[in-house]
Design a binder for this molecule. Structure first.
Ligand SMILES: Cc1cc2nc3c(=O)[nH]c(=O)nc-3n(C[C@H](O)[C@H](O)[C@H](O)COP(=O)(O)OP(=O)(O)OC[C@H]3O[C@@H](n4cnc5c(N)ncnc54)[C@H](O)[C@@H]3O)c2cc1C
Length: 278
């Protein structure tokens, strides 16, 4: 049994950033998976943070498109409603922006630099009792716990109900798309608004393939495509519910899936760590 310490549970992007900034050890069950789509928004927090990791701050302008009835269109409130209906929750549809400022960064390099500078414990936590994390390899007596693992998983470790947390898995289909309109467009990602197309968002990859996101496991589009691979993200789309108060257990939730809030992105995570943990 270890002495009472502060720990971070989960070594995804949020856990690694928190581990780097706080110095608390990060407990992670597997090798960090790289998020399939990842743009680091350019904000005061992210600029500061990448500088600390010795990266240059290079701006990249991401172009956002909106596809409807066979063409790229200007977003409007009516289309946003159709899209929200399609995905089963109110969506801002990137606030109907057509451009986004991001930091041009290699995400693999970003994660490696973080990993080199965090105390990493490779273990899977299988239960939390009292203020003890019970892992497959060890038990960790915690003082403060920062949980970045998906909330339904945390609640199950705590033996608490998660039945108010409604979600849908997301399926990521890596594809080649042979459609003139899409191939000739220069959008980094675009929303597919049509309700009869299962895919709801498409992101262009550096190798000119496309990642198509869908709430359905079968891949069907209106375009000629070649399917290269499929990945499933279990808790992908958060639809309903909110976290219980875990302050008496001294647990702080951090990150989109831990806080159960689909609006949270990496820059929000950095902001919260600075406000609540440093
Ligand atoms: C489709 C999509 C696109 C997104 N695009 C962007 C974007 O462009 N920019 C942006 O800033 N954000 C984006 N986000 C939001 C968010 O930044 C990412 O989802 C991010 O990858 C979430 O990382 P995380 O560390 O919070 O959670 P996770 O990646 O879920 O990390 C949790 C970690 O906990 C580990 N774990 C789970 N259970 C246990 C256990 N019992 N014991 C030990 N370890 C455990 C898991 O192995 C995992 O590594 C996107 C999200 C989605 C779904």
């Amino acid at each position: 049994m270890s002495e009472k310490m502060n720990y971070i549970l989960g070594g995804g992007v949020s856990g690694l950033i928190a581990g780097y900034l706080t110095g608390y050890p990060v407990i992670e069950k597997s090798i960090t998976k790289i998020p399939p789509l990842f743009f680091l928004w350019k904000t005061e927090e992210t600029e500061d943070f990448v500088r600390r990791l010795n990266f240059d701050v290079k701006t990249r302008r991401i172009k956002i498109g909106y596809y409807y009835k066979g063409d790229f269109v200007s977003p409007n409130e009516e289309l946003r409603k159709i899209y929200s209906n399609k995905i089963g929750r109110d969506s801002s549809m990137s606030e109907m922006k057509t451009e986004l400022k991001t930091i041009d960064i290699d995400i693999n390099d970003f994660l490696s630099r973080l990993k080199e500078n965090v105390k990493f414990i490779s273990d899977e936590i299988i239960a939390i009792k009292g203020k003890k994390l019970i892992g497959k390899d060890n038990t960790y007596n915690y003082n403060k716990l920062v949980s970045t693992i998906p909330l339904p998983k945390l609640l199950s470790l705590l033996n608490m109900s998660s039945k108010n947390l409604i979600y849908s898995p997301i399926f990521f289909f890596k594809t080649k798309i042979y459609d003139e309109k899409i191939l000739n467009s220069d959008y980094d990602y675009f929303y597919v608004i049509d309700e009869n197309i299962y895919i709801y968002r498409i992101t262009k990859q550096p190798d000119s393939t496309y990642i198509c996101e869908s709430l359905y496991p079968s891949f069907m589009t209106n375009w000629r495509t070649t399917l290269l691979s499929i990945r499933r993200a279990e808790f992908g789309k958060i639809l309903e519910g909110s976290p219980p108060d875990l302050s008496s257990k001294n647990i702080i939730l951090l990150g989109r899936f831990a806080e159960w809030n689909s609006k949270i992105r990496t820059h929000d995570v950095i902001k919260k760590i600075k406000k609540e943990l440093l």
